[in-house]
Design a protein around this ligand. Structure first.
Ligand code: XIL
Length: 430
């Protein structure tokens, strides 16, 4: 007892210190548990992460990590050597660009395209307005045989073949940029000419698809790897029970509900074995449209006549949200088909440094999502195409409503957006 009294103060001090230690370590443990349990499982994080997983740790799987080697912007500003986006992504997916005939006829542009892209798409020259030859059709005089003439597309096809670049063929069956005479009796061009019957129209559809595919595959074997067989066939606002576009859509008006299936059936019949058949659309992240597309594509998949979904991705800086964008990619991936981003551009009405930096971040976000989905094996993304080579050539850049949505400026100088698409460390993350 005497001893206790003697050392009372020392014992007290020791007890206080021990309690403190136990308290601190418990608190620490709780903190750790909180951190661990807050970490979502991979599947859950796929569903719920609004911000793409492009943290340093996760980015390790991506081609463009934050290492010195991949400081593309710094390297470019110091040495003037520009990275090639197709090379950066060569083990991931094709990097494509939409081109007009005159882009390719310009030697400087053509060489630049060959150095940056592994895939091209004709911006217009493979659309029915450009491939159907009215005079030749009348001359042939066969009610079931619209004549195809690919003279507008040969510049692109030759360029692709000579430079070992692959091509997306865009597009066979579409309500737009297709002449009305394709649907009328006697291929009559007058405004009120009556339409042919379903039977005649199906025969025309088959002959049209057959000619185009046979021409391409005979003369340019191995060049086209993907066909947009049907474009923009879902329009929820039109009120069809399955969401099929019914207004101003002569294919639908004459053939009926199964026109999409018919087109894919013919396309499968005439496509080369290794060519992939795509359904392509815009606004693919809008929920009701997304579900209608998935339903349509599932039916085509059951019949074995489709290989992939093309997401146009004409998007904006803040629309759709990354959450909706990621959700859509996950949903389309669940179909078990290929996914291609077919017409990427991001509207940006200003050319200021600040606006363009935001655009760069948005490109970074989109490419991060695509890479993360691909790297985790969640999505079979095989191609990403930007819709135009340079801002001055963008279809959304109009004199009364300018937009600067692409990777290169009018002098083919890389914009900050280019480095965003490379996930360059100099571009701010989301
Ligand atoms: C656009 C072209 O870029 C324009 O030059 C043309 O005037 C209209 O069509 N969805 C598509 C593309 O599938 O074919 C469209 O291309 C853009 C929207």
């Amino acid at each position: 007892m005497k001893l206790f009294i003697k050392y009372r103060n020392l014992i007290l001090l020791f007890s206080v210190l021990c309690c403190g230690f136990v308290f601190i370590s418990c608190d620490q443990k709780e903190q750790n548990t909180k951190e661990t349990s807050a970490e979502p499982t991979q599947e859950v994080s796929q569903e719920i992460t609004a911000v793409p997983d492009d943290g340093k740790e996760k980015e390790e799987d991506n081609v463009a990590s934050t290492t010195e080697d991949n400081a593309y912007y710094e390297n470019y500003t110091k040495t003037g050597v520009l990275a090639s986006i197709k090379d950066v992504y060569k083990d991931k997916f094709h990097i494509g660009v939409a081109l007009a005939k005159h882009d390719i006829e310009n030697k400087i542009k053509a060489n630049f395209v060959a150095s940056q892209f592994s895939s091209i798409t004709c911006e217009n020259e493979m659309k029915a307005d450009f491939t159907l030859d009215h005079a030749a059709t009348l001359k042939k005089g066969d009610e079931e045989f619209p004549v195809v003439n690919m003279k507008n597309a040969v510049v692109a096809l030759n360029f692709a073949k000579e430079n070992d670049i692959k091509m997306r063929a865009h597009t066979l069956v579409w309500h737009s940029q297709t002449p009305r005479w394709l649907f009328t009796e006697g291929f009559d061009k007058s405004e009120d000419a009556p339409f042919v019957t379903r039977e005649v129209m199906l025969a025309r559809m088959e002959n049209y698809i057959k000619q185009e595919m046979e021409y391409v595959n005979t003369n340019y074997e191995g060049v086209v790897y993907a066909w947009d067989v049907v474009n923009e066939a879902i329009e929820i606002g039109d009120g069809h029970k399955d969401g099929i576009r019914i207004k101003n859509n002569y294919w639908y008006e004459i053939i009926g509900d199964d026109y999409i299936e018919q087109a894919f059936t013919f396309a499968r019949k005439y496509a080369d074995k290794n060519q992939k058949l795509f359904y392509n659309d815009y606004g693919t992240y809008e929920k009701s449209k997304l579900f209608a597309i998935c339903e349509l594509v599932n039916k085509l998949k059951e019949k074995g006549i489709i290989d992939g979904v093309g997401l146009q991705d004409h998007i904006q800086i803040d629309y759709p949200t990354t959450l909706d964008y990621q959700y859509a990619i996950n949903k389309y991936s669940e179909l078990g088909l290929e996914i291609q981003i077919t017409e990427l551009d991001i509207a940006c009405p200003e050319d200021t440094e600040e606006a363009q930096e935001k655009l760069a971040t948005r490109y970074r976000t989109i490419f991060s999502i695509l890479l993360n989905c691909l790297n985790k094996g969640n999505a079979n993304i095989t191609s990403v195409t930007v819709w135009g080579l340079s801002d001055d050539r963008s279809w959304i850049n109009k004199p009364d409503q300018p937009s600067y949505p692409l990777l290169f400026d009018k002098n083919l100088k890389p914009k900050r957006a280019f480095f965003g698409a490379l996930l360059d460390p100099s571009v701010k993350k989301y």
